[in-house]
Design a protein around this ligand. Structure first.
Ligand SMILES: NC(=O)C1=CN([C@@H]2O[C@H](COP(=O)(O)OP(=O)(O)OC[C@H]3O[C@@H](n4cnc5c(N)ncnc54)[C@H](O)[C@@H]3O)[C@@H](O)[C@H]2O)C=CC1
Ligand SMILES: O=CCc1c[nH]c2ccccc12
Length: 297
């Protein structure tokens, strides 16, 4: 019998496609994974559990080395491909995104991805032409139907400006580290102006890695009010700002609980209070060495 899932809200992208606003990420598993040629059966099982629970937006990347597990889990889940939203990213093979995507598709055992991202702008070492050339290659991949949508990740305003100078297609999304202690207000305003959606990795940071910060008490108050955990408040805070939240866990109970983020809404006053309290503290969990100068943009 088909399972009844918590409906996850979706967001319309600038190319007309829709993206589910709560995602399961496979990047965190990279830290445990060694050789790509061996299959991490626990990870396959964990991805299948996530799909079974209703996480149909699955976030991967070539450098995570977890595409084979993602491909196997998708195949074994027996869910129609068109119902899933599969994302991967190019980084190692930035010089030839077409070859990179074709390799990823083989590992993912699929003919197309729903979203293909340039994982980070650092390959270009500040050269706008390199960013523009890479983006033109992604545009061709969208035109060829190998990627339904195309976007970027970890781009600062200057990287987006360089890309937009020659872009025929505006990036659909920028996937960035985003949580109350890293809100990138100017970057988000830039996204809004150009119709670029935002997706958040590290959305639980304020209640996990950066717990003990100024939001602890307010999260506790809101958890009580909505009868959910602080994690669900953190995820909902993204969704209520039209930001896609990419989380993960190998624990089924946590994944199941986090779906409650789709079942309530914070008031605008509560969202604002989290924003204002979060602004008083700074924390970056990823790419610290690359981003120091960009955190103000
Ligand atoms: N584009 C990029 O550069 C990046 C993308 N990502 C993507 O985003 C995904 C999610 O990123 P995360 O930072 O892991 O997201 P997150 O902030 O949602 O944290 C999830 C992590 O916290 C742990 N966790 C969950 N609930 C917890 C709790 N209640 N107490 C303590 N620990 C708890 C989980 O086991 C997992 O390791 C990755 O798997 C990857 O797909 C992640 C980092 C960089
Ligand atoms: O995507 C960001 C974090 C991450 C996880 N695994 C790797 C491997 C190489 C670069 C970045 C990452």
């Amino acid at each position: 019998m088909a399972k009844i899932h918590t409906p996850i809200p979706s967001l319309k992208l600038n190319d007309g496609n829709s993206i589910p606003m709560l995602a399961y990420g496979t990047g965190t598993a990279w830290f445990k994974k060694g050789d790509e040629s061996t299959i991490d059966k626990d990870l396959v099982s964990s991805i299948k559990t996530a799909i079974d629970l209703g996480y149909y937006h699955l976030d991967g990347a070539e450098v995570y080395k977890t595409e084979p597990e993602l491909g196997l889990a998708i195949k074994e889940s027996k869910i129609e491909r068109s119902k899933l939203y599969v994302v991967t990213k190019v980084m190692g093979n930035w010089a030839d995104p077409e070859a990179a995507l074709k390799t990823s598709l083989k590992k993912l055992q699929t003919d197309y991805v729903d979203l293909y991202l340039i994982h980070a702008p650092y390959f270009a070492e500040g050269d706008p032409q390199k960013l523009q050339t890479a983006w033109a290659a992604l545009e061709r991949l969208k035109e060829a139907g190998l990627a339904k949508s195309i976007g970027v990740s970890n781009y600062a305003i200057k990287d987006l400006e360089a890309t937009l100078q020659t872009a025929k297609i505006v990036p659909a999304i920028n996937q960035i580290e985003f949580h109350p202690y890293l809100q990138h207000a100017p970057l988000l305003a830039f996204h809004k102006k150009h119709g670029i959606a935002t997706s958040a990795y590290g959305p639980l940071t304020a209640v996990t890695k950066a717990a003990g910060g100024p939001l602890d008490d307010f999260y506790a108050t809101l958890s009580k009010k909505y009868a959910v955990s602080s994690g669900e408040i953190a995820l909902r805070w993204c969704i209520d700002q039209d930001i896609v939240a990419i989380t993960t866990s190998s624990k089924e109970q946590r994944l199941s609980d986090y779906l409650r983020a789709a079942t309530f809404k914070l008031t605008p006053v509560e969202v604002k209070k989290i924003n204002e309290t979060g602004e008083t503290h700074h924390f970056r969990g990823f790419w610290q060495n690359k981003f120091a100068a960009d955190d103000k943009s």
